[in-house]
Write a protein that binds this ligand. Structure first.
Ligand SMILES: [Cu+2]
Length: 356
C-alpha cells in the first residue's frame, strides 16, 4: 500500500512539473522569448541570494539549538587528541566553506545577465590552478597524516600493564570475556560454541589459560579508571561495531577477524554522574553498524571504577570453566568413584541372590 502511494505521488509530481514547464513555455511565447528569459534570470539571481542568507541563518540557528547537546568532554585520554583533530578539521573546512559559499552565491547574484556589460572570457590560468590544487592537497595530507598516526597508535600495541577485554557481538547482544588472574585470554574455536554446555564463546577447555576467564552477557562491562584497556573485538554473525561515543572510540566487529583498539578511561562512572549532574549517567556501547532488525536494541553499558572496586567485583565472579564443569557433572548425580561402584556392585549381587 505504501509503495503504491509513493508511486502515485511520484507520478503526480512528474505531471505537475511537466504542466508547469508547458505553462511557462506558453507564457514565454506570449510575452516574447527574450524578455521572459531575462525576467527568469533576475528572479533566479535574487533567489540564489535569498538561499545564501537563509542558509547561513539556518547554519547559525542549528548551531545555537544544538549548543551543549553534542558530546561533552572526552572521557578517555586518547579521545582528547581525536577531539583536537576534529576541531582543527572543522575549523579549516569551516573557513573554506564560508568563503567559497558566500563567493559562489554572491557572484551568481552580482554578475547576473545584464544589458550593460558583456561576459569576460577567461578560460585558463596555470598559476591559479596550481594554487587551488596544491594548497588543499597539502592541508589534506597533513590532516590525514595526523589521523593515520593516531589510528596506528590506538589500534597498535597497548601500553604495559593494560587490561585486556574481549568483546563479542552477535544479533543482538554484547558478550564480554575478562582474562582472569593470569591476564591471558584462553584459546577458542568456533566449533566449540555450545551455549547448552555453558560455552557460548567456544572456549577450548584443554587450554589452561581458559580456566580463570570470566564471562558475562547482558551485564555492564567493568573497566578501571586511568588504566589503559585493550578491546579484542569479535562477531559471531554479521558485522557489528563497538561504538563508545564518550570515549571517542569506534571499531567494527567482523566475524572471523578480531579487531582491536585501546584507550584509557579518565573518569569513573561516579565522577561522570557528578560532572554531568545526571544521576542516571552510564557509559554506553552502541552498535554502530546496521546489523539487523533489532540493531537499535543492541546497547551495552560500561562501569568505570577504581582498581579496588574492580578487584572486589572480579572476586565475586565465577569463571566460565567452573560453570561448564558443573554442567557436565551435576552434583545430583552419584559421584562415580571406585568405593561407590563397589557398593553398587555388592547391592546388585545381593538383590540378585534374594530374587533367586
Ligand atoms: Cu549490531
Amino acid at each position: 500500500m505504501q509503495t503504491f502511494f509513493i508511486v502515485l505521488i511520484l507520478i503526480f509530481g512528474f505531471l505537475i512539473t511537466f504542466q508547469i514547464a508547458k505553462a511557462s513555455e506558453y507564457v514565454a511565447v506570449l510575452r516574447g522569448e527574450e524578455r521572459a528569459r531575462k525576467q527568469t534570470n533576475r528572479i533566479n539571481a535574487f533567489l540564489l541570494l535569498v538561499f545564501l542568507i537563509v542558509g547561513l541563518i539556518g547554519v547559525y540557528y542549528c548551531n545555537e539549538r544544538l549548543r551543549g547537546k553534542i558530546l561533552g568532554e572526552s572521557a578517555s585520554l586518547e579521545g582528547e587528541k581525536i577531539d583536537t583533530m576534529l576541531y582543527i578539521t572543522i575549523a579549516i573546512t569551516g573557513i573554506v566553506f564560508f568563503i567559497t559559499q558566500i563567493l559562489l552565491f554572491w557572484f551568481a547574484y552580482k554578475y547576473q545577465e545584464s544589458d550593460k556589460r558583456r561576459a569576460y572570457y577567461y578560460p585558463h590560468n596555470n598559476k591559479l590552478e596550481i594554487i587551488w590544487t596544491v594548497i588543499p592537497a597539502i592541508a589534506l595530507t597533513v590532516l590525514v597524516g595526523f589521523g593515520i598516526f593516531y589510528w596506528f597508535k590506538i589500534t597498535g600495541e597497548a601500553p604495559e600493564g593494560a587490561m585486556r577485554v574481549e568483546v563479542t557481538g552477535s544479533q543482538f547482544q554484547w558478550e564480554f570475556r575478562y582474562p582472569g588472574r593470569d591476564g591471558e585470554l584462553g584459546k577458542k574455536y568456533f566449533k566449540e560454541i555450545d551455549p547448552g554446555k555453558s560455552n557460548p564463546l567456544g572456549q577450548i577447555w584443554e587450554d589452561e589459560a581458559n580456566h580463570d576467564d570470566i564471562y558475562s552477557v547482558n551485564e555492564p562491562l567493568h573497566l578501571v579508571v586511568n588504566r589503559p584497556v585493550k578491546f579484542i573485538i569479535n562477531s559471531k554473525d554479521v558485522v557489528h561495531d563497538v561504538g563508545l561515543a564518550e570515549f571517542r572510540m569506534k571499531m567494527d566487529a567482523v566475524p572471523g577477524t578480531p579487531t582491536t583498539y585501546w584507550f584509557t578511561p579518565k573518569y569513573t562512572t561516579k565522577q561522570m554522574i557528578d560532572k554531568s549532574g545526571d544521576p542516571d549517567f552510564v557509559f554506553e556501547i552502541s552498535c554502530d553498524q546496521m546489523c539487523g532488525n533489532s540493531h537499535t536494541r543492541m546497547r551495552g553499558t560500561i562501569v568505570v571504577e577504581t582498581q579496588e572496586e574492580f578487584d572486589r567485583w572480579m572476586a565475586s565472579q565465577k569463571p566460565q570453566y567452573a560453570k561448564a564443569m558443573e554442567g557436565m557433572n551435576p552434583t545430583k548425580k552419584q559421584p562415580s568413584d571406585s568405593t561407590n561402584n563397589k557398593a553398587a556392585d555388592s547391592l546388585k549381587k545381593l538383590t540378585a541372590s534374594l530374587n533367586k
